[in-house]
Design a protein. Structure first.
Length: 285
């Protein structure tokens, strides 16, 4: 009798686990939310309002994909450099851009890349807003399609998903690029003109290689942080909390970065400073 009770108890536990496991798996699936994919088959309904909306959403989706690919092609980098000479401490902020292969962008290419990413992103956000205003009209026009409304309703209903990506994800990227552009311009305006006047020996020792002054001049803006300024104090606090090993590793990393090859595959395109200024001032809501 006891044996039967034990067997039944084990069965209940096993069955309980079986019922619980799917819920746990489902919970994990909810957390791992997949990125939305627009899957319109390209067919038109014959209704101008609906078709215009679908075409607008499709064009916006293509622009978003192209933009995602574009902004993934390069990274904005900031490095804090500290040089100690006796009781004196000098801190510099070094900024540069590099591609995904780790090649350095020239200042001209970097300038264009940042500007282009802002201008393209702002246009996508504004276009998303405009298309969002068409959603209600497209939805109200669906009954005019009769039985065909069922085929096109799912695409019209999916439109706001694309619009949301443009107004949230792309907007966040634009805000980040605007901040980076501001940092880039500040570093440019206060950059050390002759980088050979800086004693790079400590970095060269860390990186076990001579620093390329040519790369520094072509690809980096290096700005001296004014002693005892708010920025200097903040940076000094962060650096003082690092161990010597961490500082040496930072120096080695920067020395190796400076000596990376330059990306010569991209041509510098022209852009309007006035247009960029307007984009920087644009209120994206």
């Amino acid at each position: 009798m006891k044996t039967k009770n034990v067997i039944w108890t084990m069965l209940i536990v096993v069955l309980g686990c079986c019922f619980l496991m799917p819920d746990n798996v489902q919970a994990k699936k909810k957390k791992e939310k997949k990125k939305y994919e627009w899957k319109w088959d390209g067919k038109l309904s014959g209704n101008e309002t609906v078709d215009q909306y679908l075409l607008s959403c499709d064009t916006l989706w293509t622009k978003i994909q192209n933009y995602r690919e574009q902004i993934d092609q390069f990274d904005y980098k900031e490095d804090t450099l500290r040089f100690i000479n006796g009781a004196d401490t000098t801190i510099y902020l070094a900024v540069h851009l590099e591609n995904k292969e780790g090649q350095l962008f020239s200042k001209g290419t970097a300038n264009w890349q940042l500007a282009q990413s802002i201008m393209s992103g702002v246009n996508i956000v504004l276009e998303s807003t405009q298309i969002g205003l068409q959603t209600a009209s497209a939805t109200l026009a669906l009954p005019n399609l009769g039985l065909g409304a069922l085929s096109f309703a799912k695409y019209v209903k999916a439109g706001p998903n694309i619009i949301a990506i443009g107004m949230k994800e792309i907007k966040e990227i634009v805000q980040q690029r605007k901040y980076q552009w501001g940092q880039w311009k500040q570093a440019k305006e206060g950059a050390v003109e002759d980088l050979s006047t800086i004693d790079w020996s400590s970095l060269e020792q860390a990186g076990a290689a001579k620093i390329s002054i040519d790369n520094l001049n072509k690809c980096f803006f290096i700005k001296k942080i004014e002693p005892q300024s708010e920025t200097w104090t903040q940076m000094q606090t962060v650096l003082m909390n690092k161990t010597q090993e961490e500082m040496d590793e930072d120096n080695k990393s920067f020395a190796m970065t400076v000596n990376k090859p330059e990306d010569t595959t991209k041509e510098n395109a022209e852009f309007s400073e006035d247009e960029l200024h307007k984009m920087m001032q644009q209120d994206l809501g």
